[in-house]
Design a protein. Structure first.
Ligand code: AMP
Ligand code: MN
Ligand code: MN
Ligand code: MN
Length: 331
């Protein structure tokens, strides 16, 4: 019995050393050293049982600064809980959440590298195309100017969405969406939450299908900046531009290629190859595009808040043949 207890104790003591090699590139205290209280978290059924063998990069996430559900502080705490080592916060057309996140990481001494990010809405051939800026300086005058324009466009679009919904028997949509958005710029996700609240649909997917997706009554054709304007502002801010979730635009293979070619011509750097949830061959196909067009590869959960099917840092890995967007980071 005493032997069994001693073997168990030795095993427990050795756990922090098992993975120490993998984490040397990411200095900071081990998770076990830090008392973190996470009262807001639901039970983490899908949390990994042990430290990951490799640092987890999650380069796409949202906070209450746009249409996410967690504060920046809650988001970085959850990222640590999920064993993420490098997190990019990429709110829609705003960098407003970044300062609080950085402050929380240093105040709580969290073992997490924050990448300053943004997800910029652009208009291309009548589609809303999202461009991620990774590693940007949020104070950059080019970025500040672009995001100020985007905020005005977002507000005008929200008013137009509300007008269209009003004509379709959905009253007070602007005030309803604004109540969900708070200080954040109004997104379609905020309208969707309001429509669910007043019983126009039973869930988010249904609301988009019925009212907010391309071609539906509440949809307003995109009037955002161009892809080139977004990429240029990202570069002037010292960051890299990644084409977000290329498979989510409902483009045929031919049109998706056109988009990628256009993005490359506009000096885009990377495409998002891995997400938490993808069709069986999607990741492989996106990796092929990355190779073919000499683009770096990114990965991200597009986490908006706790939900059953998606989590920070989960199921994210890149096929061997692509070059990760982070290859020159931390050098
Ligand atoms: P916007 O930037 O205002 O066009 O809003 C787009 C946001 O709406 C996305 O970032 C998602 O958070 C959300 N969204 C888009 N399509 C769907 C969908 N089918 N179901 C749930 N949320 C969606
Ligand atoms: Mn969103
Ligand atoms: Mn997006
Ligand atoms: Mn996103």
């Amino acid at each position: 019995m005493i032997w069994a207890v001693m073997v168990f104790i030795c095993f427990v003591i050795s756990i922090p050393f098992k993975f120490s090699n993998d984490l040397t590139a990411y200095p900071g205290p081990l998770l076990t050293d830090i008392p973190i209280e996470l009262p807001y978290l639901e039970p983490l059924d899908n949390a990994p049982a042990e430290m990951p063998r490799f640092p987890i990069y999650d380069l796409h996430s949202h906070t209450l600064a746009s249409d996410g559900m967690l504060t920046p502080t809650q988001l970085v705490q959850r990222a640590v809980e999920m064993r993420v080592s490098v997190l990019a916060i990429t709110d829609h057309d705003t960098t407003a959440g970044l300062a609080e996140a950085a402050d929380a990481i240093s105040r709580l001494a969290l073992p997490l590298r924050l990448i300053n990010g943004v997800e910029i809405s652009t208009a291309w051939e009548g589609f809303d195309i999202h461009i991620l800026g990774l590693g940007i300086d949020p104070q950059s005058s080019a970025m500040v100017a672009l995001l100020a324009d985007q905020a005005i466009r977002r507000q005008k679009r929200a008013e137009e969405i509300a007008r269209r919904l009003e004509k379709n028997q959905v009253p007070d949509a602007l005030a309803g969406a604004k109540a969900f958005a708070g200080d954040a710029g109004i997104t379609r996700a905020h309208f969707a939450r309001y429509l669910v609240e007043i019983g126009k649909a039973s869930n988010m997917a249904q609301v988009f299908k019925k009212y907010l997706a391309k071609g539906k009554t509440g949809y307003v054709p995109p009037q955002w900046c161009t892809i080139k304007e977004a990429v240029d502002a990202i570069h002037l801010a010292g960051g890299q531009a990644a084409l977000a979730h290329p498979s989510r635009y409902d483009l045929s293979p031919k049109w998706l290629r056109r988009l990628i070619v256009n993005f490359k011509q506009d000096s885009g750097d990377a495409i998002e190859v891995a997400q938490c949830q993808q069709a069986p061959d999607e990741r492989t196909q996106l990796a092929r595009y990355a190779e073919e067009y000499q683009l770096l590869a990114s990965q991200g959960s597009d986490f908006h808040g706790p939900c059953a099917w998606l989590e920070l840092g989960r199921r994210l890995s890149l096929p061997d043949k692509v070059i990760p967007v982070w290859q020159d980071w931390f050098k």
